[in-house]
Design a protein around this ligand. Structure first.
Ligand code: HEC
Length: 119
């Protein structure tokens, strides 16, 4: 039983991330929740983040992105999410996310670990 639970957790948690990181990240996601749904539809100020891992930036059909985001050519991975969330205005000039970023690298890593589980 315990093994089955551990196996299920291992499937959920991306390589390199610990379950604790993901739990921290889920809590810290409160800073994003007002603008980002975790359901398929984008009904708030920002695009849904369900399935963001591996997605091309600016590619949801039901959200009107800035030109900067839509034309960025970014694919969302642990690395690109980390770079964007560190400093959104400067990482991608012209993007419309009204969020100053997460300076704390450890917290950013945890949020990214959580985002990568949102499939
Ligand atoms: C004030 C609202 C707001 C907050 C808070 C916010 N975002 Fe955003 N976010 C947006 C908007 C609007 C966009 C679209 C930007 C564009 O098109 O230029 C966006 C875009 C994104 C994208 C690109 C998604 C895609 O489909 O390409 C990611 C990833 C993202 N945000 C993550 C986050 C995370 C993680 C947080 C919290 C740490 C956060 N955002 C906080 C409004 C917000």
């Amino acid at each position: 039983m315990r093994q089955a639970v551990l196996f299920a957790l291992a499937l959920l948690v991306p390589a390199g991330a610990r379950a604790q990181d993901v739990a921290n990240g889920r809590e810290a996601y409160a800073a994003c929740a007002a603008c980002h749904e975790l359901t398929p539809a984008s009904t708030t100020a920002g695009p849904s983040l369900l399935g963001v891992a591996g997605r091309r930036a600016g590619s949801l059909q039901d959200f009107r992105y800035s030109r900067a985001m839509a034309a960025s050519g970014i694919v969302w991975t642990a690395e690109t999410l980390d770079a964007y969330l560190a400093d959104p205005p400067n990482a991608l000039p012209g993007n419309r996310m009204a969020f100053s970023g997460i300076q704390d690298a450890a917290l950013r890593r945890d949020i990214v670990a959580y985002l990568l589980t949102l499939r």
